[in-house]
Design a protein around this ligand. Structure first.
Ligand code: NBG
Length: 799
């Protein structure tokens, strides 16, 4: 790959070290190297940003609004994107330093700008937008504290603040010159003047939104787009006589923490404030820039696409209308036309608790003018719904953005935007028959699907260098820019030496993971083991509990001698439970306890190991995924919108073990049934099963395997926790375990056994792994972003 930027020289590093630390290169620590290299790369990216802005002038661009961008460490990615990896490695080596670039890159904390799949997806999309030279800007909040840092002591999750900015701020470019003001609270006053009605908000709380830009370089191209992160500062204080009646939520608080707990009104209000803060600052920024570049807003809709990543930034709809009407003299109809022609929305979940709604009274106090606009939108769209479905009041109430004293964000989006998409084929279909059924009947053309994708650069090339060099030797490096060309690997399906190398690489990666586990003092995978991973947020619907029951079943089988021909298996779990989510925490603890029980059992401990990777995040994923043989995606069918872990695992040669849910289905279709392990009822069967009344005790009574697994809960030393889980599975109220773990347990156990045996037989595993890697191109974020660009945003690359 060509260097896209001027190489970094020894003199430059020398000067940086001297300026910042007063040390010479020979004495520099990994940390000092980190800052010097980051500074050198940042300088180049700054220039890249300016050149890109210049080049993109006059082109339509996408503004991607997301409350999260889980970008992962910057140094290594940015160095690779800029083509500076070899240059840097050589530079370090030529100094005779003991340090490696890997060690230096590790100094950086994972940026705390997101917590899960949705945020990681947004980060991959920004990477691909730049790599494909699309004009784009991400917008989010500069959280001082990331989600939280997780440690686990005796199975209890301990949450500590994530102070990622200590190493992260070096990548941020402060742009105080482009600060804007955001107001909340206050009272709406209308007055008549110059032949029209004017609306102003008086006595509002005022905040300054200060932008910090995180440059996002494209891979092997000069395009650098930015993610603009807003930091909140309060202007004045609560005692400020200008705003005596408003509550003081503190400017600092708004951007201090990612997703504060939303229990109770205070949390809710803060979250609403964060969301409005993001969209209000962003709309001001987008419009200011547009006017600066083009003089007026006349061509605004031709040159701008705005994307709402899940409902969190949905208030961009009324906010854009507010600014167009109140500050720029547009009429309602004009403002509505503009907002609905530029804004599109992705839904990322069908879980009812995640479909945001706000208490209308709270909303009205906090955002009075926005509330008035949302109410007006509500009245107008409901009138249209009523024309189309006369007399069908139940349906109109279901479709209304404001209904039963709630402001409903998904309904607001579905009513206002030009395109709504789901994130996998099945999810998009489910949306049309459930959450958005009424709208899909009203405006079928509005709904589409874009299956998620992830960056092969981060999730293959950078995290799995051994596999990458093997692929590079086999088919060259075109796959880095065109992941679909990985297909060429299929010609090695019967090539014994290539398949051997694939297995060798996997073992090397297992070794790398083991060394890391040992360094961190945790449990270590054994030798020649199968690595079976389930890494994701802890949530009931993802069913880590079903996996735990499987481990218990296998444990008993080995102990009692009924399961004899199993290879050694290490189960790797990683994931955080939301601080207030009791069931998720109990499951985490259960897994921890099972791990402890197994490792103190001499009869089983050589065959089974449970590793819990604490503080799971982008960096630990980069280590675990390349080592995995089996990736578990076992959500109850219909519940996981897509899943992207399955894609990352696939491109690293892990075999999918999963339910017919989300993107699993598309992976299965791509690689064929023989190269993936899919089990259990499909979404409609699962739905029917639940509706007809799921009776877990019947599974327990009638199925020996189920009984063995559930009874094994009694073996766990912490009996209270085990009792609690048992109640949850079998009895709790009239609705035990809504995700029906026991219903799917038997087929899961059967298919798992087959998968593990295949995985340990290289002649069966290696060709399957190869097919998975070769056909992972379709799950690239480049493909996904192209679909968004062409079908939804209508933007073109600018080279
Ligand atoms: C998550 C889904 C995943 C999906 C990601 C990215 C939210 C609200 N949703 O299935 O649960 O892969 O979004 O689309 O985080």
């Amino acid at each position: 790959m060509e260097m896209s930027y001027r190489g970094i020289t020894r003199e430059e590093i020398f000067a940086e070290l001297e300026k910042k630390f007063g040390v010479v290169i020979a004495d520099a620590t990994a940390e000092q190297w980190y800052f010097a290299l980051s500074e050198a790369i940042s300088e180049r990216l700054k220039a890249g940003l300016t050149n890109t802005a210049e080049k993109q002038r006059g082109a339509k661009r996408i503004c991607y609004l997301s409350m999260e961008f889980l970008v992962g460490k910057n140094l290594k990615y940015d160095a690779a994107a800029a083509g500076l990896l070899t240059n840097i490695e050589e530079l370090i080596a030529s100094e005779g330093s003991d340090l490696t670039f890997e060690q230096i890159a590790e100094v950086e904390s994972d940026p705390g700008l997101g917590n899960g799949g949705l945020g990681r997806l947004a980060a991959c999309y920004m990477n691909s937008l730049s790599s494909l030279d699309y004009p784009a800007a991400g917008y989010s909040i500069l959280y001082e504290n990331g989600f939280f840092t997780q440690s686990v002591i005796d199975g209890e999750q301990i949450e500590k603040p994530d102070l990622w900015l200590n190493t992260g701020k070096i990548w941020l470019i402060p742009r105080e010159d482009e600060s804007v003001e955001v107001t909340m609270g206050g009272k709406v006053r209308e007055y008549w003047g110059s032949d029209r009605l004017h609306t102003v908000v008086e006595g509002a709380e005022r905040f300054r939104a200060v932008p910090f830009d995180l440059p996002v370089p494209g891979f092997d191209t000069k395009t650098v787009n930015r993610i603009r992160l807003w930091k909140a500062e309060k202007i004045g204080s609560a005692k400020d006589p200008v705003s005596p009646e408003t509550d003081d939520w503190g400017g600092k608080k708004i951007s201090s923490t990612l997703y504060p707990s939303d229990n109770g009104n205070e949390g809710k209000m803060l979250r609403l404030s964060q969301q409005y803060f993001l969209v209000s600052a962003t709309v001001a920024d987008i419009l200011n820039r547009h006017k600066r570049l083009y003089g007026s807003l006349d061509r605004f809709p031709d040159l701008t696409a705005i994307h709402v990543n899940d409902t969190h930034p949905a208030l961009v709809i009324p906010e854009l209308m507010r600014v167009l009407m109140d500050e720029n003299g547009y009429s309602w109809d004009e403002a509505w036309e503009i907002a609905s022609s530029v804004i599109s929305y992705t839904n990322h979940t069908v879980m009812p608790e995640a479909l945001e709604t706000w208490n209308a009274d709270l909303f009205k106090i906090r955002l009075p003018r926005i509330y008035a606009i949302v109410k007006e939108i509500n009245e107008r769209v409901c009138r249209r719904y009523a024309e189309r479905f006369p007399g069908d009041f139940a349906r109109i109430a279901r479709m209304a953005p404001v209904s039963y004293s709630r402001v409903r964000m998904a309904e607001l989006c579905a009513s206002a935007v030009h395109t709504v998409n789901g994130v996998s084929r099945i999810h998009s279909e489910i949306l049309k028959t459930t959450v958005f059924k009424d709208y899909a009947e009203y405006a079928p053309g509005k709904f589409t699907s874009v299956t998620n994708g992830v960056s092969h650069i981060r999730w293959l090339a950078l995290c799995n260098p051994a596999l990458t060099s093997l692929i590079r030797e086999a088919i060259g490096e075109r796959f880095l820019k065109e992941p679909e060309t990985l297909k060429e690997l299929l010609k090695f399906k019967e090539d014994a030496s290539f398949l051997d190398s694939l297995v060798r690489v996997k073992n090397e990666n297992v070794g790398r993971l083991s060394r890391k586990c040992a360094e961190q003092g945790g449990k270590v995978p054994g030798h020649d083991v199968i690595i079976d991973v389930q890494i994701k947020r802890f949530h009931e619907y993802k069913r880590q509990l079903m996996n735990a029951l499987k481990i218990l079943y296998v444990y008993v089988g080995i102990k009692e001698g009924s399961l004899t021909d199993l290879p050694p298996v290490t189960f790797v779990f990683g994931g955080k439970a939301a601080p207030g989510y009791k069931t998720a925490k109990s499951v985490l603890k259960l897994i921890w306890n099972i791990g402890s029980m197994i490792c103190s059992d001499p009869k089983v401990k050589d065959t089974l190991t449970v590793v819990f990777a604490e503080d799971y995040g982008v960096s630990s994923a980069e280590l675990i995924i390349p080592a995995a043989h089996i990736g578990e995606q076992i959500s109850l069918a219909g519940k996981e919108a897509s899943g992207t872990g399955c894609m990352k695992l696939m491109m690293n040669g892990a075999l999918l073990l999963g339910t017919p849910d989300g993107a699993n289905l598309e992976i299965r279709d791509a690689v064929g049934e023989e190269n993936a392990y899919v089990f259990g009822p499909d979404a409609s069967e699962a739905e029917m099963q639940y509706r007809d009344g799921y009776r877990p005790t019947e599974y327990y009574m009638q199925n020996e395997k189920v009984r063995t697994a559930v009874d094994a809960l009694d073996l766990i030393p912490d009996s209270t926790a085990a009792e609690e889980i048992k109640r949850y599975l079998l009895f709790s109220g009239d609705r035990p375990d809504p995700y029906m773990c026991l219903g799917d347990l038997e087929p899961y156990l059967n298919v798992w056994e087959r998968a593990v045996k295949d995985a340990c037989d290289s002649s069966s595993y290696a060709p399957k792994a190869l097919v998975n890697i070769a056909l992972s191109g379709r799950f690239s974020s480049d493909r996904a972003v192209k679909e968004y660009a062409e079908n939804i945003w209508k933007i073109q690359p600018v080279i």
